[in-house]
Design a protein around this ligand. Structure first.
Ligand SMILES: Cc1cc2nc3c(=O)[nH]c(=O)nc-3n(C[C@H](O)[C@H](O)[C@H](O)COP(=O)(O)O)c2cc1C
Length: 390
């Protein structure tokens, strides 16, 4: 973690406010273990993302190990510093509070992961296992807010919206099979009507055991947002594949023109599948969800970091931006390759055109180092249009 003084950070609730005034959703990039590192966050920020999540960081390790801190959380000292929410995995109030205290000077807010379904996490009462521990989650966010206040941060939510010391505390959840349990969970974690414990809530409307290929539970989202959406801003995480293909309507859904990448090669039929059935279904009448304040994308933004700028597929310029950022804020080479294979393949939206064909992507994956990779992409892009300017 880099030392940096005088970092002026915007309060995330101010970003919600700005988006609302612009009659649009707040655009967020999801926490993604391995992937939502600085170089990627900078890339999506360049394409209109308002708020970027780090991958989940284990608070206990972060508190105890300097090397864990250095490897898990990096910020930019001289490049764009996207508004950043650091997400922690924790199950002890003091651990979350301590880790939050460590990152508060360098981040806009902290978030608690109550959604990770992986068995190792649940076995340790982390992630989705916390959905059965609502009092513990409440205690963790209360303790964290108090610790941040003791440290001199401004944690009074809307009251501190213009305060450069303003920091947020939020929670990301899944839903239960029995939605009454989710309602009890949220009511407990929110706390008092007039002084809620969290700045906002992110809902991933799938249960711990729902596969990500199953569409999100819109009915659950409708009930939860209509019950709590006037008390707390709610972000939707799940199936945000394209701005013009959301499975609901909203007053914040101002239609923007979709930008189609003009240099895309012919449709990559080999990689097209019916993995994302919603896009193969005829349009039906969509529910109106007026209390969703923001959108959080994971799999789709991984494929297309320019999603919120209205691009229907990943443009070459985003590949170029990502490579530039990855050179300046290094990532393991295999990870760079994986990012690029996602960005150059068919994305999650209805437009399945891809920057590279399947054989071309296989050739890219065979590159052994960064120089070969840049040469390869230069060559491919040169064939399509221009060359990279790294
Ligand atoms: C590769 C990957 C890593 C993820 N890591 C995290 C994480 O660290 N913390 C978290 O809360 N959710 C994590 N998620 C879940 C996403 O944030 C998101 O809630 C989920 O993928 C649904 O959104 P989507 O339909 O846009 O993919 C991850 C998802 C993916 C695909």
């Amino acid at each position: 973690m880099t030392e940096l003084s005088d970092l002026e950070l915007i309060h995330p609730l101010k970003l919600f406010d700005i988006a609302k005034n612009e009659k649009r959703f707040l655009y967020a990039s999801a926490p993604m273990v391995r992937y939502s590192k600085l170089a990627f966050r900078q890339t999506v920020y360049a394409y209109g993302t308002d708020l970027c999540w780090t991958p989940m960081i284990l608070a206990k390790e972060f508190n105890r190990n300097r090397f864990a801190r250095d490897s898990d959380f990096t910020i930019s000292t001289n490049g764009p510093q996207p508004p950043t929410i650091v997400q922690f995995g924790a199950n002890v109030p003091q651990e979350l509070a301590r880790a939050s205290s460590l990152v508060a000077p360098f981040s806009n807010g902290v978030d608690l992961n109550c959604g990770c379904p992986q068995s190792w996490a649940c076995a340790e009462t982390l992630g989705a296992a916390l959905m059965e521990k609502r009092e513990l989650v409440r205690d963790m966010v209360v303790e964290t807010r108090e610790q941040l206040r003791r440290d001199g941060w401004a944690v009074d939510k809307e009251k501190d919206i213009n305060n450069p010391k303003g920091r947020s505390v939020s929670v990301k959840i899944r839903v239960h099979k029995d939605l009454r349990k989710t309602i009890d969970f949220i009511a407990t974690v929110l706390g008092p009507e007039r002084d809620r414990h969290i700045d906002w809530l992110t809902i991933h409307p799938r249960t711990r055991s729902t596969p990500s290929s199953t569409p999100i539970n819109l009915e659950a989202l409708e009930i939860l947002t209509s019950t709590f959406g006037t008390r707390v801003p709610i972000l939707l995480s799940g199936d945000v594949f394209a701005l013009n293909a959301l499975p609901f309507t909203s007053p914040l859904l101002t239609t923007r023109p979709t930008i189609t990448t003009t240099t895309t090669p012919p449709r990559d039929i080999t990689s097209c599948s019916s993995e994302h059935p919603r896009h193969n279904q005829p349009p039906t009448s969509l529910p109106n969800l007026p209390h969703v304040s923001g959108l959080m994308s994971a799999r789709a933004i991984l494929c297309n970091p320019a999603l919120y700028a209205g691009h229907s597929t990943c443009p070459w310029s985003a590949v170029e931006a990502f490579l530039n950022n990855a050179v300046r804020c290094p990532l393991p080479f295999k990870l760079v390759l994986h990012h690029l294979s996602e960005m150059c393949g068919p994305g999650m939206g209805a437009d399945k055109s891809a920057l590279l064909t399947k054989p071309e992507r296989a050739a890219m994956m065979a590159c052994g180092n960064m120089l070969d990779l840049i040469d390869f992409l230069d060559g491919r892009r040169g064939v399509r249009r221009g060359i990279f300017t790294l």
